[in-house]
Design a binder for this molecule. Structure first.
Ligand code: HEC
Length: 257
């Protein structure tokens, strides 16, 4: 229990005197039981408990007055808008939502096919000499043209002849030796006759990559026309060689990169 200081009692007493509740002599007039002449407002007169309560109320008023002057940073903190509770889970899941959103909106990865893989291999290994569209020496490249059906004239079939050429190159065939179709319009092509040599890719590319780049230069650059059955047979052959298994393009089989 807090002790009520003496001066508060005194102040309370003064106030009660002012209100006419207390005699000036401090006797607590009107405290007596006879209320007949005490006047309406003080029927029973203030007890000492009343006085203490009044003093306490007084003291409290005083304290409130004191605490009204608070530091600026405290009032700033009081006035600042609080983050509402519902915002907590929202802020927690926001990064997750962002991640899912990005994942769902980005296009799914294209499936690897013999054609797409052949295109990637061509761009990486062949385009520097044969040109992006296969124009080759007709557009300033070192290699022979591979577009406009040229590949199909030299190699009428996708068979061991073409695969061997890509695997061993000019020197593997032997400079001065013919390669491909001997009855080619304009005569058989002779290894080394262009004055430049084509490197062999047996060491740099796996079998199925040589197969898919052979398909690319025939089917895409030279415009070979095939039935659905022939395409399906080539896809099966490509898979047989190991194509479509290592998504991401890492080489395996003999040679490696
Ligand atoms: C360093 C340059 C170079 C690179 C790289 C190159 N080639 Fe060649 N390619 C040549 C040259 C040169 C010839 C002609 C060879 C000769 O005269 O002996 C040729 C010839 C060819 C031929 C025969 C065309 C014909 O009608 O006689 C084919 C097919 C071919 N290249 C495909 C490819 C493929 C596929 C690649 C990539 C895997 C490739 N080349 C990479 C330079 C290159």
């Amino acid at each position: 229990m807090t002790e009520v200081p003496e001066y508060l009692f005194e102040r309370s007493r003064q106030r009660r005197i002012a209100l006419g509740l207390l005699e000036d002599d401090g006797s607590g007039g009107g405290a007596s039981a006879d209320s007949s002449d005490g006047g309406g407002q003080a029927s029973s007169g203030p007890s000492s408990a009343d006085v203490i309560a009044a003093a306490k109320a007084d003291a409290k008023l005083e304290q409130v007055g004191e605490t009204e002057i608070e530091p600026a940073w405290v009032s700033a903190a009081r006035q600042r808008t609080k983050i509402p509770m519902w915002a907590l889970p929202v802020m927690f899941f926001l990064p997750l939502w962002a991640f899912v959103y990005v994942k769902l909106t980005e296009p799914p990865p294209e499936p690897v096919t013999a054609r797409t893989e052949g295109a990637a291999t061509y761009a990486a290994q062949c385009a520097s000499c044969h040109g992006g569209n296969g124009a080759g020496s007709e557009a300033g490249g070192v290699g022979r043209p591979l577009y406009n059906g040229e590949v199909l004239l030299t190699f009428p079939k996708l068979d061991a002849d073409l695969i061997l050429w890509l695997t061993v190159g000019s020197e593997g065939i032997g400079i001065g030796n013919p390669y491909g179709a001997t009855d080619r319009p304009g005569g058989a092509h002779i290894s080394g006759e262009t004055g430049a040599n084509m490197p062999g890719f047996g060491g740099a590319l796996t079998e199925y990559k040589i197969y898919s780049v052979a398909r690319y230069i025939r089917e895409v650059l030279s415009g070979e026309e095939l039935s659905d059955e022939e395409l399906a047979a080539r896809d099966a052959e490509w898979e047989e060689l190991g194509g479509g298994k290592d998504i991401g393009g890492g080489g395996h089989g003999h040679g490696g990169h």
